[in-house]
Write a protein that binds this ligand. Structure first.
Ligand code: SAH
Length: 514
């Protein structure tokens, strides 16, 4: 068997977008991914389903894997011929024990690559508005470990030299030793008034910052019960934070928000959450695909054969548009065969999707499928006309009913079907249990139903209880009703049933909770 290869990859400090292109490539090509607690869970969702995931971090119910065991694991996986991605928080060479891992690989003749990452030492202060250097305040910085016991610390750290060697000092793994560290720095000549900041879980939803001075920081840490992991910044650059903090000012900062729509649709919502400073957690519970049953396919084929008989083609969603065109392609139907038909689009996004295909459609208001629609249709259609309605298999039957009532002949076509998705996700369960998901978004009734089912499949006895700590935001009243039927307490309903409307309601809902 050919030997595998190991990529020792820096995952960055937590924000999944802070991985390098090379790192992401290694992650997506791997047969096995070995990771621990500092690698952000959202990165793992980018891994294809078939890839083996091996968690080697701390866990309450099992013993923590020793470094030697991890080294050996990497060797074993590579000997099985696998391409391995060893994902490490921050940069793998900064207190990442990459030397030991690469060392054993080398001894075993296994090839490896080191893919640098953005180290928390620099990125975490930056997310708190603290630059590690500054033209007037600090012309150098050093990164120091604080992990060891004080006597060992003293052997590895020459306080007399470290204290004044650089303008800024950055300590990793130092929260528990903050008292000792400040004491040493004062003893060796730093002013007790030197500003200090501790930034916990930087770049993630849990990001929190505590500011003090060398003389009072220990007490502040104790009073606030400030927990690791954190980067400790010592030096005048800390003052910059007052002016430069940025992400903390965004409306969704500190909120981790569950996005349940299908993978292909999730990104728009996730991107908006990200832009607004929140942390989207994508957990698609729906997938859309071409219908597979022979009956469904036959129905589509025969409807498309009669393309020139329609007076209207009414599309109700972006998915509808996409799949309609996919069917034109698979069946070799030329769009010009719909020469008699006028195209109508429900909602601005649907109209936009048609426009991209070169079709200017009659826009129908989205708000809301029932009443508004009938009025606007009545002015446009005539009795006796024939309408094609390409849509998903879950689409509601309001539209055909209304059109029938106006005397039209309608052909409803299921051009795509939605199937439940949602694979086992231990991280998500953990986050839900610990209150780490602050809001849940639902963009359709089926996202509600499917999430509840997925959680039950993952072992949750009462999914509604599990979600009770999170704000629940729904795209519209029908979705909200479904959520309530499942025992959820709906916090916000979008005024306008669009992603932007949902985002607005989310901002209001999360602000109320603060
Ligand atoms: N290789 C990593 C550091 C590993 S040591 C890197 O380059 O970032 C682990 C320490 O890193 C933690 O104890 C903490 O001090 C720091 N750290 C890592 N990620 C962090 C984060 N998101 N927020 C705050 N500190 C972090």
């Amino acid at each position: 068997m050919p030997m595998g290869k190991v990529y020792l990859v820096g995952a960055g400090p937590g924000d999944p977008k802070l991985i390098t292109l090379r790192g992401l490539e290694a992650l997506q090509r791997a047969d096995a991914v070995v990771y621990d607690r500092l690698a952000g869970p959202q990165l793992l969702s980018r891994i294809p389903d078939h890839v083996e995931r091996i968690y080697v971090g701390k866990r309450p119910d099992r013993h923590t894997m020793k470094q030697e065991e991890i080294n050996q694991l990497l060797v074993d996986l590579a000997l099985q011929g696998k391409t391995v991605c060893r994902l490490k928080g921050g940069d793998p060479t900064v207190f990442g024990r990459v030397g030991e891992e690469a060392g054993l690989l080398k001894q075993n003749g296994i090839s490896y690559e080191i893919v640098p990452g953005i180290t928390s030492a620099i990125a975490v202060p930056a997310y708190a508005g603290i630059p590690v250097t500054h033209r007037e305040l600090a012309s150098s910085f050093s990164v120091v470990t604080g992990h060891e016991s004080p006597d060992k610390l003293d052997r590895t750290i020459h306080w007399d030299k470290v204290t004044n060697a650089t303008g800024t000092l950055l300590f990793l793994m130092g929260v528990a030793k903050i008292g000792y560290i400040s004491e040493q720095l004062i003893k060796h000549g730093r002013s007790p008034k030197t500003p200090v900041a501790l930034v916990r879980w930087g770049t993630r939803a849990e990001q929190a910052t505590l500011v003090g001075t060398l003389e009072d920081i220990e007490q502040k840490v104790r009073e606030a019960d400030f927990q690791p992991p954190a980067v400790i910044v010592v030096g005048d650059v800390v003052k910059q934070r007052e002016e430069l903090q940025w992400i903390e000012k965004k409306p969704l900062f500190g909120r981790r928000i569950l996005v349940t729509r299908s993978r292909s649709q999730a990104s728009e919502l996730a991107d908006r959450i990200d832009e607004l400073g929140g942390e989207p957690y994508e957990f698609p519970v729906i997938e859309t695909r071409l219908p597979e049953g022979p009956e469904a396919v036959a129905a589509i084929e025969s409807a498309l054969q009669e393309a020139d008989s329609y007076d209207w083609v009414v599309l109700t969603s972006v998915n509808g548009v996409e799949f309609f065109f996919r069917w034109l392609e698979t069946t070799g139907t030329d769009i010009r065969r719909f020469h008699r038909a006028e195209f109508a689009a429900v909602g601005p996004k649907t109209a936009e999707a048609l426009k991209k295909r070169g079709i200017s459609a009659t826009a129908l208001p989205e708000k809301f499928l029932a009443e508004g629609l009938l009025e606007s249709l009545a002015q446009r259609v005539q009795a006796g006309q024939k309408a094609l309605l390409p849509r998903g298999d879950l689409a509601r039957d309001v539209l055909p009913r209304e059109l029938n009532a106006l005397g039209l002949e309608t052909v409803s076509l299921d051009v795509y079907e939605t199937v439940p998705a949602g694979r086992h996700d231990e991280f998500l369960l953990e986050l839900l249990q610990d209150g780490g998901i602050h809001a849940v978004t639902f963009t359709s009734s089926s996202t509600v139903t499917n999430l509840m089912e997925a959680l039950r499949r993952m072992g949750a006895e009462s999914p509604a209880e599990l979600l009770a700590g999170a704000a629940v935001a729904c795209i519209g009243p029908i979705t909200a009703k479904t959520a309530e039927e499942h025992g959820l307490r709906v916090t916000a309903v979008a005024e306008e049933s669009t992603i932007e409307g949902l985002i607005q309601s989310l901002i209001e809902a999360t602000n109320e909770r603060r």
